[in-house]
Design a protein around this ligand. Structure first.
Ligand code: GAR
Length: 196
């Protein structure tokens, strides 16, 4: 019988990366293993909830506004994630700063839309676009308590072209994300495409 492996995906907004991961991996077989995507969000109004539900996945909702401190929110997050028994935890557009309470208990990777260590934080695409640089890019890195600061696992450059608008650049950033994040996940979990 196939062994099931769980990838827990955390998101806060539209969830287009979540949907991309669901399409690539959810209920897909790799050799003797089947991947299951579980999802968690901190925003009950996140667009990604409906995206996940289309595939029969009901995201866990932990609304950060219901917690008095970051630590209290993180403690609940850790508990809900541990209950999922994930083989890998992935942050894809999860817009919360995490405390050591979380990072000491959960090993996770994060997707960030810039060439780190440049342009950390929540406005990375716009800051890259306005920087005067000829390239931006995307990064997947390990999560630590330092915002966007853990070891870099993989990066892709995205050129900033003559005539680009913020919207056209952003579209290519997302296209790069949809390739890079699944590639890193497949690598970390040893999911060879030929087994898919
Ligand atoms: C993605 O571009 C992701 O890289 C970014 O949020 C977007 C989420 O889009 N993350 C960060 O900026 C983290 N600092 P999505 O909800 O459509 O996947």
């Amino acid at each position: 019988m196939a062994r099931s492996i769980t990838v827990a995906v955390l998101f806060s907004g539209e969830g287009t990366n979540l949907e991309n991961l669901i399409r690539r991996f959810h209920e897909k077989r790799f050799g003797d293993r089947v991947v299951r995507i579980a999802a968690l969000t901190n925003r009950p109004e996140a667009g990604g909830i409906a995206r996940a539900e289309k595939y029969g996945i009901k995201p866990v909702i932990v609304d950060h506004r219901e917690f008095a401190t970051r630590e209290a929110f993180d403690a609940e997050l850790v508990e809900r994630l541990e209950a999922m028994q994930p083989d890998l935890v992935v942050m894809a557009g999860f817009m919360r700063i995490l405390t050591p309470l979380f990072t000491s208990r959960i090993e996770a990777i994060n997707l960030h839309p810039s060439l780190l260590p440049l342009f950390k934080g929540a406005r990375a695409i716009e800051e890259s676009f306005r920087s005067g640089m000829k390239v931006g890019g995307v990064t997947v890195h390990r999560v630590t308590a330092e915002l966007d600061g853990g070891d870099i696992l993989a990066q892709r450059c995205v050129p900033i072209e003559e005539g680009d608008t913020l919207a056209s650049f952003e579209e290519r950033i997302h296209a790069a994300e949809y390739e890079l994040l699944p590639a890193v996940i497949a690598d970390l979990l040893h999911l060879s495409p030929s087994q898919g």
